[in-house]
Structures are given as structure tokens and as C-alpha cells.
Design a protein around this ligand. Structure first.
Ligand code: ADP
Ligand code: 5GP
Length: 240
């Protein structure tokens, strides 16, 4: 049995439903978005298709992994030593951090706070453990998960990218099993099969101009939402 055939089949694809961004807090006018999915699913490809955009800011993470060819310091990552990373953790300079495939990754706090104060939608492209930390510390953050059409296709994409060692690819595929199993913890799931369709779905989620209760958001679900709110007034604890 190959490594990938042991990995669980992704959950039923869920159609991306337009979601009106939830505010992070009364004194921060911007919206924090967590963007997670297994390595190789296409997170970077999707984000590159939307950026630069005047409303969106992509957080630049710190990592202890070595730069891939073509990666630029301060643009793709801040590439730091383990001791610098540990100093940043000790100084509470990271909003979240995690160890992934043998390296540390973390989000520098200050730029995120500044961009939120400027009213931007700030995107954290981070793995599952970091996403869970943000869910605790910023419960209003919108959590988006990107799924592959299948694990076999995920493996093809990881190998086709030709950027990671065979050992690192195996670690990433093993981690993908755990991450895919957690997809339903997230507010929105997007399946990156057709790239064009996934881009449209992501744009809808990040740049949805419709007000929260506008039936234009999703006419079919709206009727169901109305029924739900009659039976359970707690369904929308965070109205705008
Ligand atoms: P991630 O940032 O999630 O690790 P990447 O954006 O680097 O993933 O994408 C991994 C590989 O998959 C890249 O070679 C990319 O060109 C390819 N890819 C991304 N999305 C699609 C798609 N919808 N269909 C086919 N290939 C894709
Ligand atoms: P890569 O080495 O492929 O660039 O990234 C490996 C994984 O680390 C990806 O799942 C990516 O989303 C995640 N990652 C990147 N930056 C951060 C970060 O700041 N924090 C956490 N927790 N994960 C990150």
C-alpha cells in the first residue's frame, strides 16, 4: 500500500457558501481570515490570483525552514534561525506559531494588528495547529479551509511542484490526513479542483459586498436560515 492510499478520503465537498465577514472586535475595523489546507492543495496559487488587492493584506510569516529557489526574504517569509524564532516566541511577538514537518512557522503579531486597524482584510495562510490557536484568541476570525479533489491529486500536485525533498513530501502527506479530517472545523470549505471555480469561490468569501442578511447571498439557504432562526434565536450570536 502506498503512503497516499492510507490517507483518508476527503469529506464530501461542501459548496462554498457566501459568508459575510464577522468583525474581529469593536476597535479593529478590519477582518481577520485564516486560510488553511494541506500543503500542495493550491493555497498560494489561489492567493496569488487575488493579490495585490487594495482591501486584502497577506501576512508574511516567519519560518525556520530554508528558502526554496525563487523565494524572497520578507516577501514569501522571514527566514530566521531557530534561536531567533524562539526569542520571538518568548517575547510574545508571534500571534500564533506551530511546528510543521520539522520546522517552526509563526505569524508576526504587529503587522497584523496594524493592517486590521487600517480596516484591511488580513489573511493568515497557516497550518491547522496555528488555525486552532487563532480560533481561541480571535474567535471572530473567519476560518477558510481548502480541500483537494482527492488525496491522489494532492500528492500529484506536491510532487509536480518539485520544491520539496521526497522526505518532506512524505511528512506533508502524512500531515494532510490529519488536516483534511479537520476541515469541518472551519467556517467555509473550498474544493480546489477547477482553479477558476475555486478563485471565484474565494473571491466571494473574501470580497462579498452583500450585507449579512441579504437574500442575494444565498437565496436557497435564506429560507432555511429563516426557519432555523425561528426555532433557535441563538443561531446568530454575532449580528452586525
Ligand atoms: P500550497 O500553497 O497549498 O502548498 P501551491 O499553490 O504551491 O500549494 O500549489 C501546489 C501545486 O499545485 C502548484 O504546482 C500549482 O501550480 C498546482 N495547482 C494549484 N491549484 C491547482 C488546480 N486547481 N489544478 C491543478 N494544479 C493546481
Ligand atoms: P511551506 O513550507 O509549504 O511554505 O508551508 C508549510 C505549512 O506551513 C503550510 O501548511 C503553511 O500554510 C504553513 N504555514 C506558513 N506560515 C505559517 C505560520 O505563520 N503559522 C503556521 N502555523 N503555519 C504556517
Amino acid at each position: 500500500m502506498s503512503e497516499s492510499s492510507m490517507i483518508a478520503v476527503p469529506p464530501e465537498p461542501v459548496s462554498p457558501k457566501p459568508v459575510f465577514p464577522k468583525p474581529v472586535s469593536p476597535n479593529r475595523s478590519g477582518q481577520l481570515v485564516v486560510f488553511t489546507g494541506p500543503s500542495g492543495v493550491g493555497k498560494g496559487t489561489l492567493l496569488r490570483s487575488l493579490l495585490p488587492h487594495p482591501q486584502l493584506h497577506l501576512s508574511v510569516s516567519a519560518t525556520t525552514r530554508s528558502p526554496r529557489s525563487g523565494e524572497v526574504e520578507g516577501q514569501d517569509y522571514y527566514f530566521v534561525s531557530r534561536s531567533v524564532f524562539q526569542d520571538w516566541v518568548a517575547g510574545a511577538q508571534l500571534l500564533e506559531w506551530a511546528e510543521y514537518a520539522g520546522n517552526y512557522y509563526g505569524t508576526p503579531r504587529q503587522p497584523v494588528v496594524e493592517q486590521l486597524e487600517q480596516g484591511k482584510t488580513v489573511i493568515l495562510e497557516i497550518e491547522l495547529e496555528g488555525a486552532r490557536q487563532v480560533r481561541q484568541t480571535f474567535p471572530d476570525a473567519l476560518q477558510v479551509f481548502v480541500l483537494p479533489p482527492s488525496v491522489a491529486i494532492l500528492e500529484q500536485r506536491l510532487r509536480g511542484r518539485s520544491q520539496d525533498s521526497p522526505e518532506s513530501i512524505l511528512k506533508r502527506l502524512a500531515r494532510a490526513e490529519v488536516e483534511i479530517a479537520a476541515a469541518k472545523e472551519f467556517d467555509v470549505q473550498i474544493v480546489n479542483d477547477s482553479l477558476d471555480q475555486a478563485i471565484v469561490a474565494l473571491k466571494t468569501v473574501l470580497l462579498n459586498p452583500n450585507p449579512p442578511n441579504d437574500p442575494a447571498n444565498n437565496p436557497e439557504d435564506q429560507q432555511q436560515d429563516d426557519r432555523d432562526s425561528q426555532t433557535d434565536p441563538q443561531t446568530d450570536p454575532d449580528p452586525l
